[in-house]
Design a protein around this ligand. Structure first.
Ligand code: PLP
Length: 392
């Protein structure tokens, strides 16, 4: 006998991965220059050279036993201190090393936080469009996953819908800004209005409603747009952070959970997160990468090539007549599908070897995602294909 839910999850491949594999196969048949693959959010700028230098330095000056040994489950103090200092310096955040739990990237960190909050009948709200993995993460953790409909056409937050969906069973709301898949950054005003609403409802229900801020794209923002530090706006915040995108390290699996000391029951919550991680088999974040991060928290990505791609696609597609919200962050555009059926449109595009992800899995049918961590050259070659698709 097998666990049926696990079996179903494991045997149904994600639409994004399928498209990506299809693209590889097609490239072998028609040539890579004739495939326009916008499917996968794999960073296309290399990690900063300082990261590689830090690895060499650490290998040269750290005792091998200490380097490759277990660390404490919450992570090395020096790394947590470096992260805390960096946030305090950038946001006047007033964090302490004790508020941090080093994890293996945002995905397992989210699972630990979800599991820590999973009580019988407990609900979590996600705002469409949302990262598709939230659903299995939440449901496997034992939370009821509910989707707040999108705020069209700007993809901020539909507060009227949030208000109507908050119930005494709501344990948390998950937020992702800069957003995958829309590329939108929630404004300070949006976040303040959301915070007021959550405070009001938490008081009415007599228990906290936690805001889980999923921030792998925090530093991927263009044109000086502000990404507010959420705990300043809402006290009961937990941040799940990852270096996968900001330092282009998705295969290394390193990030952190921050539980604001101001949050309701913060010590208990932190312990529950640590316990949930333990229950999932967490031992410690990779020791070498903890040491690298301790030396590299000050580094920021060089966004020049993403920004160039963003402008080329946003301006190119808009000029052709495609519609989308202004993409100020991350490396995605979320485009309204001509004709309204994104799955049909993506299928049509696929026949021309243009790989676009339909929005259905992001909780937002009628749109498709374009991931622009690709070469500038590919963007230029793909624009005539986008044009032909519109004409047909
Ligand atoms: N959250 C969002 C919004 C993402 O887009 C991703 C990855 O694409 C993740 C979480 C998971 O990131 P990580 O590689 O840190 O597990």
């Amino acid at each position: 006998m097998l666990n049926e839910t696990a079996y179903t999850l494991g045997s149904n491949r994600s639409c994004i991965r399928e498209l990506f594999e299809y693209g590889r196969k097609q490239a072998a048949i028609v040539g890579p220059e004739n495939v326009f693959d916008y499917s996968l959010g794999n960073p296309s700028i290399p990690a900063p050279e300082e990261v590689n230098q830090a690895i060499r330095d650490i290998l040269a000056d750290t005792d091998s036993l200490a380097l490759h040994g277990y660390t404490s489950a919450v992570g090395d103090y020096e790394t947590r201190k470096a992260i805390s200092d960096d946030l305090n310096c950038r946001y006047d955040a007033r964090t302490q090393p004790e508020d941090f739990f080093l994890g293996c990237g945002a995905a397992p960190e989210l699972v630990s936080v979800f599991r820590a909050l999973a009580v019988p009948g407990g609900e979590i709200l996600a705002i469409a469009p949302y990262f598709p993995e939230y659903k299995p993460f939440a449901e496997e953790s034992g939370l009821i996953f509910r989707v707040v409909p999108p705020d069209l056409p700007d993809f901020q937050i539909n507060l009227t819908a949030v208000e109507s969906m908050l119930t005494p069973h709501t344990q948390a709301l998950i937020l992702n800004s800069p957003n995958n898949p829309s590329g939108v950054v929630y404004t300070r005003q949006t976040l303040q209005a959301l915070a007021e609403l959550l405070k009001k409802k938490a008081a009415e229900f007599g228990h906290p409603i936690y805001l889980i801020s999923d921030e792998p794209y925090r530093e991927l923002v263009y044109g000086g747009v502000e990404v507010p530090f959420v705990p300043h706006i809402y006290r009961d915040t937990v941040i799940c952070y990852s270096y996968s995108k900001s330092l282009s390290l998705p295969g290394e699996r390193i990030g952190y959970i921050y539980v604001s000391a101001q949050a309701a029951d913060s010590k208990k919550l932190y312990a529950a997160i640590a316990g949930a991680a333990r229950g999932c088999g967490h031992v410690c974040a990779p020791s070498l990468w903890q040491k690298v991060i301790a030396r590299c928290t000050h580094l920021r990505p060089d966004l020049e090539s993403y920004d160039r791609n963003r402008k080329a696609l946003y301006e190119g597609l808009t000029a052709l007549g495609y519609e989308m919200a202004k993409p100020d962050g991350a490396f995605y555009l979320f485009v309204k599908a001509p004709g309204g059926d994104a799955a049909a449109f993506s299928e049509k595009a696929k026949k021309k070897n243009l790989l676009l992800v339909p929005g259905d899995d992001f909780g937002c049918p009628g749109y498709f995602r374009v991931c622009y961590c690709v070469s500038y050259d590919m963007i230029q070659r793909s624009l005539p294909v986008f044009a032909r698709l519109l004409q047909e």
